[in-house]
Design a protein around this ligand. Structure first.
Ligand code: SF4
Length: 454
């Protein structure tokens, strides 16, 4: 079926107050741009009040309002495979404000950096901030779901499709078939489909690695293990399961079920998330087996999107337990492999405070190995997560800076450090100010981690 899709041409029809375009081509590479970007092959319905976009299964995936009540023509709604609607906001492109403090200045000096910089980019490394419809750790953004325009589109997109479908019975067959299927994929049916995905994976993916932002979180979840090693006290995404790996048969079965679940829209995916919370702790051969099965079964190399990405979480223990030869194999597996390691803190008092059963010297050694791997393997990137909160012990930030200010052995845009707000204390403007200060000192890209689920 995918090869058929690859040869389909874009076709357009216009009717009374609407336009339908089938099989439009969006970007084929994930890019960071200050304008709304659509990836992959999709179909589109435009009316006077909405712009709606559908994937290759004719399920809605994007929506924008037309009219005065829509917050900004640069902003849009995206629906995930888990059936969450996420509002992508720009935070404005008016530039950003910096403040310098120095003992030699009589007072802090503030100045504005004009475009192309934006506050959102500086904070999360992307030009868009994903506003999520559930409680998470973000300390940015507001509540776009309260906007009348956003509510109108979310509550009305399906009626809009039904309206066109009922009025336009003289459309050519392929446009009618598209409208029939788009209408059948109602909000209720989309929710049921998401539940099917969770069933295939053995549960909903409660958190994606922050690096998944490089693929706009469009990742196919393939669970090769469950549970984690530490069960840290601070962690809100952990489950009760002790760590265990899936068998090869289970992995193969899951790949088959995922291929059938994504159906025609598989053509739009080039990225997988190997779950769940510490999949790098699985056997080396199992990890390589899963990558290879996914490449074949999910046809990742034949995707419309260029390149292949593998995202995976790791812990200090799992990263340190792997042999160098394993990373060499990952480097040549045909994908860009993004390994996100939960380091949390290099300060012992902080590790004890958050209930992470690690010794700070182990965190430092792991950080050093990550730098070394980043320097040696062009297709492997290790990134690190650290906690961030006003309530943490005083030693946390100095210990973080001791690592982040150190010499960078790999390319300086590799090895991002993500600070994950814990929200133990209510974030204040000072929290963001402190984050910006840390960014200034860090030799590695440093961003806030927004916990997003599938
Ligand atoms: S932070 Fe990671 S290792 Fe700790 S409990 Fe959460 S998932 Fe497990």
């Amino acid at each position: 079926m995918n090869t058929d899709i690859a040869t389909l041409h874009t076709e357009t029809v216009e009717g009374d107050g609407f336009r339908i375009a089938l099989h439009r081509r969006g970007e084929d590479t994930h890019v960071k741009q200050r304008r709304p970007v659509m990836y992959g092959v999709y179909s589109e319905v435009e009316t006077e009040s909405m712009l709606l976009r559908f994937n290759l299964n004719n399920e809605i995936v994007r929506a924008e309002g037309r009219g005065e009540d829509w917050p900004s023509d640069l902003e849009y709604l995206k629906r995930t495979a888990g059936n969450d609607w996420v509002y992508y906001s720009t935070g404005g492109y008016a530039g950003s404000w910096e403040t310098l403090t120095d003992a030699s200045f009589p007072a802090p000096v503030s100045f504005r950096i004009p475009e192309p910089y934006s506050e959102v980019y500086k904070m999360v490394g992307e030009y868009y901030l994903p506003n999520l419809p559930y409680e998470t750790n973000t300390i940015l953004g507001d509540d776009p779901f309260a906007s009348p325009g956003v509510r109108r589109v979310l509550n009305g997109w399906h009626d809009e499709i039904e309206k066109i479908r009922n009025a336009a019975d003289d459309l050519p067959g392929r446009f009618r078939r598209f409208l029939d299927e788009a209408a059948q994929n109602s909000p209720k049916r989309l929710q049921a489909k998401a539940e099917t995905l969770f069933g295939v994976c053995g549960g909903r993916t409660s958190v994606l690695p922050p690096d998944a932002r490089h693929a706009d979180y469009d990742v196919i979840p393939l669970n090769i293990s469950q549970g984690c090693l530490y069960k840290c006290r601070f962690c809100s995404v952990k489950n009760d399961m002790p760590f265990s790996g899936h068998t090869r048969a289970q992995i193969r079965q899951q790949v088959e079920a995922l291929a059938s679940f994504y159906g025609n829209d598989l053509y739009n995916y080039n990225s997988i998330f190997l779950g769940d919370h510490d999949a790098l702790n699985a056997d080396e051969e199992h990890i390589l087996f899963a990558v290879s099965e996914a490449m074949k079964g999910l046809r990742l190399r034949r995707s419309f999107m260029h390149g292949v990405n593998v995202f995976i979480f790791a812990s200090v223990a799992s990263l340190m337990s792997k042999q160098d030869a394993f990373f060499e194999k990952l480097d040549t597996c045909g994908a860009k492999v993004h390994i996100n390691v939960g380091l949390e803190s290099a300060d012992q008092e902080t590790l004890d405070y958050i209930g992470k059963p690690l010794v700070s010297a182990e965190v430092v050694r792991c950080f050093e190995r990550m730098q070394s791997l980043n320097g040696r393997h062009p297709n492997v990137e290790c990134t690190g997560n650290f906690v961030f909160d006003d309530a943490l012990p005083a030693g946390h930030i100095p210990a973080f800076l001791e690592l982040a200010e150190g010499p960078v052995t790999a390319s300086p845009d590799k090895g991002t450090l993500y600070l994950s707000p814990l929200c133990i204390s209510k974030p204040s403007p000072g929290t963001l100010f402190e984050f910006k200060q840390l960014k200034t000192f860090s030799m590695l890209p440093t961003y806030l981690y927004i916990i997003q689920r599938i």
